[in-house]
Design a protein around this ligand. Structure first.
Ligand SMILES: Cc1cc2nc3c(=O)[nH]c(=O)nc-3n(C[C@H](O)[C@H](O)[C@H](O)COP(=O)(O)O)c2cc1C
Length: 196
């Protein structure tokens, strides 16, 4: 069978932090039993290299939080610029009571380690995560800490542990939310040089 993600290769865990270091808007996918869900999140960041750990703000009112609390696992999927409409759609409606994958026609496959759904199209990387329970932080600040168990990325835009945003792969650039459904794509890279 052909792989649903032919351009994806595993990312070494020591490089996983680089996938979200530059602040892309992400999609959080979850599953518990027969329930599954997907939402947009702009507020995530790495907090440790090894073992790779991240923090992500997921409001307690979301269905996503409910499923993460029940299963203890989720994926952080990084949409490419071509998935701006999808990103906004999953961030402006709840999956509570109506499966967003079915409603929005999002095809998915189970993630290799956790079984959470990974969109077949639209994403350029993902991190599979295990919740590190911190009840006070989750309750007071809606911030969830997690360990990254595995990661993979589309070689056309992330390889050898680095993003490569170029004109010829602009559809694969990450999205950065500016508010009200407006996004900037990662776009031009600037290489720092030593000061004269
Ligand atoms: C671009 C974008 C970014 C968002 N970022 C966050 C975020 O960082 N944290 C959060 O809790 N909600 C965020 N949201 C809102 C959730 O995606 C939204 O509440 C969603 O409907 C929750 O879905 P659920 O109830 O199916 O889990 C964002 C929405 C959009 C459109």
């Amino acid at each position: 069978m052909t792989s649903p993600h032919p351009h994806f290769k595993p990312v070494e865990l020591k490089h996983a932090s680089r996938l979200i270091n530059h602040g892309p808007t992400v999609l959080v996918t979850t599953a518990h039993g027969r329930q599954r869900n997907i939402m947009a999140a702009a507020w995530s960041m790495p907090v440790e290299f090894t073992p790779p750990r991240i923090a992500i703000v997921i409001d307690k009112s979301t269905y996503t939080r409910e499923l993460i609390a029940a299963s203890g696992v989720f994926a952080v999927c990084i949409p490419g610029a071509m998935a701006a409409d999808l990103t906004y759609a999953v961030g402006t409606s709840s999956g509570r009571g109506a499966d967003k994958f079915d409603r929005l026609g999002i095809e998915s496959v189970p993630a290799p380690l956790t079984g959470v759904p990974l969109p077949v199209a639209g994403c350029v990387a993902w991190l599979e995560c295990r919740l590190i329970p911190e009840p006070h932080t989750e309750q007071a600040y809606d911030t969830c800490f997690a360990e990254v168990l595995g990661a993979a990325a589309d070689q056309r835009v992330f390889s050898d542990g680095h993003w490569s945003f170029r004109e010829d792969n602009s559809d694969l650039h990450t999205l950065h939310h500016l508010g009200a459904g407006n996004f900037a794509r990662a776009s031009t890279m600037v290489k720092a040089q030593p000061l004269p």
